[in-house]
Design a binder for this molecule. Sequence first.
Ligand code: KG4
Ligand code: ZN
Length: 332
Amino acid sequence: MKLLAIESSCDETAAAVFDKNSLQSNIVASQDVHIAYGGVVPELASRAHIAKISAIVDKALVEAGTDITKIDAVAATAGPGLAGSLIVGLTFAKGLAMAHNLPFIGINHIEGHIFSAHIEYSEIAAPFLALVVSGGHSLLVLVKDVGDYKILGSTIDDAAGEAYDKVAKVIGLPYPGGPNIDKIAATGDPDFVKFPVATIKNEPYCFSFSGLKTAVLYKYRAMSDDAQEKHKKDIAASFQKAVIDAILPKVSKAMKEYKLDQLIMAGGVARNSALRTAVADKAREQGFTVYVPSGIFCTDNAAMIGQVALLRLQRGEKSGLDLSPSPNLTIN
Ligand code: KG4
Ligand code: ZN
């Protein structure tokens, strides 16, 4: 079974091809147009998807050594995401499915992140715990099976990646802020400022990153120009420490409460080197095997959408060609 998968929920235009369960190509085109604005501009994102999608899909097919006539099924992200972005990939995929008389399946983007670890680690078997930390989502999930989830907690305000991007903007680093903060934090002093870590009453697994972002803003604004330059990396490192301090105890508590043995961490922020190390150490300490995908499978990509599509198609599922984008789609 050859599968073509398309992802266009935010600002990455992506396509991937699987042959049986083996990934043959994974093309991701980022949109530079947003850099000047310090964040994703939805209208520009959908226009850039329209401009790129056909070439990206072609590239994925060529790199996989195939063409559309040899594809057996088509998948695309149906939500959540930006409406104007989702509609481009979804409509393109449905068009291909209709023209070539192929089964089509719409996939939940968050599910894609959850199963992104399966691309490289086929041994992962449900039930397992999943920490998804991205630009749009932060959640801790008990995965009982494909499509059977218990959300233990999610963010009540900003997502972790959103906090990274906003803090980067405050301290004058370009978008996307996460990788840039990651880089300069490596040589900064994480104890330079003790930023607050939010806990939410009666919601032990929920996150909140909005107060942290504001605390960084006030602290940074109160510093002189010289101090800002001199201590930029220390502010970045202190912020990053607070993010890890906010995430780690919740993951640890979940590992204690749900006596499983596998933890996966996914989403763009899972590329963060300090977070990867901290979570991996904690998981091992608690007897868990931790699976973190390679960077390319953490940030948005179509391989993760294809991975879920394969699991669902194998169960006989498919979607109708009348499927519309669902910007607010959830996983339960
Ligand atoms: O999963 P993703 O590509 O998109 C969403 O589904 O939201 O995640 C993008 C987010 C951005 O906020 C970006 O700043 C963050 O992931 N990110 C990182 C790193 N690389 C990407 N955050 C922290 N450290 C990184 N190395
Ligand atoms: Zn994502």
